[in-house]
Ligand binder design. Structure first.
Ligand SMILES: [Zn+2]
Length: 242
């Protein structure tokens, strides 16, 4: 595929994922998930591995509970951090990597970047990347744009900063007010197949208040599901993305 076609396809993919996030009920999820999200999220991944990813933290109100649950389950994950959140809880960023998890970049603020502002995009993404590197103690490799909207400015900024954009292939809709552990697991379940990238949230800063409790309750169910199918849950660094 030539570069222009690839760029167009990436833009369409980003637009499709945005629609899924903002209006999932209006979109037929399975076909889009297969054709749109997969090239950016799961293609080339280890067929016995599922990448477990959390967005929007670190949050002192919720992330410690998620970390404790992951310890109990013996699972490591990738956390896409917001610079603005990390600045308020720097020790939690370090704790996350000290406990074996992977820190990645979700941006500085949580907002879709619809309008071209390449200088601002680069400035904000660099600031977030440096905050993650400095405060978590490891240079991040992955970037997930807020709402899955990967427009040209952030895409170019990510490339300049050596970050690889990663979206997802499965989610638990854990950001909604109605979410429960059972509903998060039931929603994620069809997508919990080898090579998947699962999106969850360790903070409710952009979600319904306390929705992280549903995420927390879903973790043992998701872990059991994977264990009984001989699938390994782990961070993106073990996912062997092509
Ligand atoms: Zn987010």
């Amino acid at each position: 595929m030539d570069r222009a076609r690839a760029a167009r396809r990436a833009a369409l993919a980003a637009a499709g994922v945005q629609l899924l996030h903002l209006a999932p009920a209006a979109v037929r999820l399975p076909p889009l998930r297969r054709t749109v999200a997969r090239p950016l999220a799961g293609y080339g991944a280890d067929p016995r591995h599922i990448a477990l990813t959390f967005d929007d933290g670190p949050d002192p109100r919720s992330t410690p509970y998620i970390l404790d649950a992951l310890d109990r389950l013996g699972i490591r994950a990738t956390f896409f951090l917001l610079g603005a959140m990390l600045e308020r809880a720097p020790a939690l960023g370090r704790e996350l990597t000290d406990r074996g998890h992977e820190a990645a970049v979700h941006g500085w603020h949580h907002r879709p970047q619809w309008y071209p502002a390449p200088a601002r995009d680069l400035r904000e993404l660099r600031r977030a990347t440096e905050a993650v590197a400095d405060l978590c103690g490891a240079r991040p490799r992955w970037y997930r744009p807020p709402y899955g909207v990967l427009t040209a400015g952030p895409a170019l900024a990510a490339r300049r900063l050596g970050l690889r954009p990663v979206l997802w292939t499965a989610w638990g809709r854990d950001w909604t007010e109605q979410a429960t552990g059972d509903s998060v697991y039931a929603t994620a379940r069809p997508g919990l197949t080898g090579g998947a990238t699962l999106l969850l949230h360790d903070s409710d800063c952009t979600s319904a208040p306390d929705s992280w409790r549903a995420t927390l309750a879903a973790l043992p169910l998701i872990a059991t599901h994977c264990r009984t199918r001989s699938l390994t849950l782990g961070p993106l660094r073990h996912h062997a993305l092509a």
